[in-house]
Design a protein around this ligand. Structure first.
Ligand SMILES: Cc1cc2nc3c(=O)[nH]c(=O)nc-3n(C[C@H](O)[C@H](O)[C@H](O)COP(=O)(O)O)c2cc1C
Length: 325
């Protein structure tokens, strides 16, 4: 992209994801950017300079989880496979460290996981109670939730997202626990991704995000045994982008006015624009965060270039172009 013309700052990249105003369409994909770890590595005020338009933290569950046995991550020829297994300190310890990143200058969409509707709702209720009681300035700007019903690496994760009835039960319980913006993150490991999408929206979700990782396997090439400690993992990165684009387009067609966060293999600004053309409102960047600390700024500059080079006044003008007859 370096041979392209310089970024055109006048191009309006702002989008509305439901009630959440975003300065531009790019957010991080859950589990791929730890804001506190990045702040420690940054030479300056990372929380003030946060490059994404919203922050989606790693999925938090009601109880602490240690995750899966190692090895848990490895590269493949065109993607990353992981089986972290939702390692997290549990919602109460997670809430206790919220003050450390209260100064983050971006809205936050909290990713929530669990094995039952009650567990999901318990995370949201605990956080809602904390937010209601917290003095101003001591908590980040939590605007909503992303229900991760689609982790392929934990018992219960993928099963919920692959079952529309179970998905609706989780969403319904969470809807009762919060008035904030509610996204449901869909699994691609199904025959028809719109079925769980319909169930989630019918149960009160405000929007959908997709895709989570594809259940996959890599072998240790010496032993010919599964490489990951969990035997299987979830594949993401460039390998999945064409499938993710197809699924985002299917969901956008099925639910035209629904806020959508598209993701899967976004490494460049043009990749992000492709998701918008398939109907995404916002675009999440995952594996690219592991390639370089500056990846979000580069992808954003490229997106700005791509929008301007095509003569769009706003990024919204590109939305849904690939869906037209
Ligand atoms: C190391 C790693 C950890 C992840 N952890 C989570 C998680 O905690 N919750 C979740 O919803 N998705 C998680 N994901 C999936 C990403 O959010 C995203 O859906 C997926 O990686 C596809 O995007 P990408 O191809 O840009 O990476 C994780 C992905 C990776 C690579």
């Amino acid at each position: 992209m370096s041979d392209r013309r310089p970024p055109a700052p006048e191009t309006d990249l702002s989008v509305r994801l439901g009630p959440v105003e975003l300065a531009h369409p790019l957010v991080d994909a859950s589990g791929t950017l730890d804001v506190l770890e990045y702040a420690r590595r940054y030479d300056g005020d990372y929380l003030a300079d946060f490059p994404y338009a919203a922050y989606v933290p790693k999925t938090v569950t009601a109880d602490p989880r240690t995750g899966n046995p190692p090895p848990r991550v490895t590269e493949t020829p065109s993607g990353v496979i992981n089986a972290i297994g939702l390692e997290n300190p549990g919602v109460h310890a997670w809430i206790a460290q919220l003050g450390e990143w209260a100064a983050l200058r971006a809205p936050v969409l909290v990713s929530v996981g669990g094995n039952s509707p009650e567990q999901y709702a318990a995370v949201i209720s605990a956080l809602e109670a904390h937010l209601a009681a917290a003095p101003p300035g001591t908590v980040p700007d939590v605007r909503g939730y992303e229900l991760n019903v689609s982790c392929p690496n934990v018992v219960g994760g993928l099963q919920i997202g692959a079952d529309p009835t179970a998905t609706a039960e989780v969403v319904g319980a969470c809807r009762a626990a919060t008035a904030r913006f509610l996204l449901t993150k869909l699994t691609p490991n199904v025959r028809d991704v719109t079925e769980a999408g319909a169930a989630a929206l019918g149960a009160g979700a405000d929007g959908l995000s997709l895709v989570n990782t594809f259940k996959a396997m890599v072998l240790d090439r010496d032993t010919l045994r599964p490489f990951l400690g969990n035997r299987t993992g979830g594949l993401c990165g460039p390998a999945i982008k064409p499938i993710a684009l197809r699924m985002v387009a299917e969901v956008a067609r099925a639910f035209p006015d629904t806020p959508l966060v598209g993701m899967g293999g976004v490494m460049t600004g043009l990749d992000a624009l492709e998701f918008i053309a398939c109907g995404a409102t916002a675009v999440a960047v995952g594996a690219a965060n592991f390639t370089s600390f500056e990846a979000p700024q580069r992808i954003l500059a490229e997106l700005r270039d791509e929008v301007a080079a095509r003569g769009f006044g706003t990024v919204g003008e590109a939305r849904g172009i690939a869906l037209r007859a």
